[in-house]
Design a protein around this ligand. Sequence first.
Ligand SMILES: [Cu+2]
Length: 316
Amino acid sequence: MSPTNIFAPASTSAKWIFDLSLFVLSVTAVIFLVVFALLAYSVVKFRRRRGDDGREPPQVYGSNQVELAWTVLPILIVVTLFMATARVVTAIQNASPRAGAVEVIAIGHQYWWEYRFPDLNVVTANELHLPVSDPAHPSPTFITLLSADTDHSFWVPRLAGKTDLIPNRVNRMWIEPTEPGLYLGQCAQYCGTQHAKMLLRVYVDSREAFDRWIQEQSQPAGTGGTVSVGQKIFESTSCINCHSVTGTAANGRFGPDLTHLMSRETLAAGAVPNTPDNLRRWIQNPDAMKPGSRMPPMGLGDRELDAVTAYLETLR
Ligand SMILES: [Cu+2]
């Protein structure tokens, strides 16, 4: 099964959308079958036969009953579909956070995602963790969507409908996941050359695993007090103008927060797995992996690259 299958909902709102789509599909399927059956019947029954005299059969004009039926019935069908859709749209839009809800701010950047948990003192990138919601004690996550540059769109089909991130506008959405797991998605609004590698990864954790993750992510970088050669190079290169590492001099916000880089499974918004080799190659020349990415090659030599990579490897 595709990881982005819209027919495999794993959250409350995705389930509502799925049920609605089944309803609409079945109504339209019945219409299709009726129309097609009548058409097939007429084609077979009234086809040209040998011995036909070639004249038109008698024509019937102006039946009020038939005209009324084909006006009123379609209107009723459209109104029904409209009401069913409006009900789901308002139910999703009117939901408001209750006690126990998790608040996240998601910021779309040209070609990566920034996530902030304002109440929990956590900032991370590209891999969003959420708690699974227990029906007895619902813990939905409410997401405020912002953009740092241009239009993006947040779409993880198994978890929720699509919501855009628009500059100078605040959009909201919510996810109430019902099954733990990794859910994939993709920026769904063309935003530039590397739009295709602006992938979404949402990890739905058990409550305990989520609390542990938050606990770890809210710690400053554990550098053990000593400043390594790699850290010195990192801090004396313009890396720190674009990247943050809590507890150090690095506090840039143009690129992903690197405080717990090693807790992530992928690099550069899901572009490649987070292995030491890929990390080194990324720092050497981001364009080799993501042509047109907003991180410039920093022109580090081999030994500097080794040292910086080794330093980043300590950011767990
Ligand atoms: Cu995009």
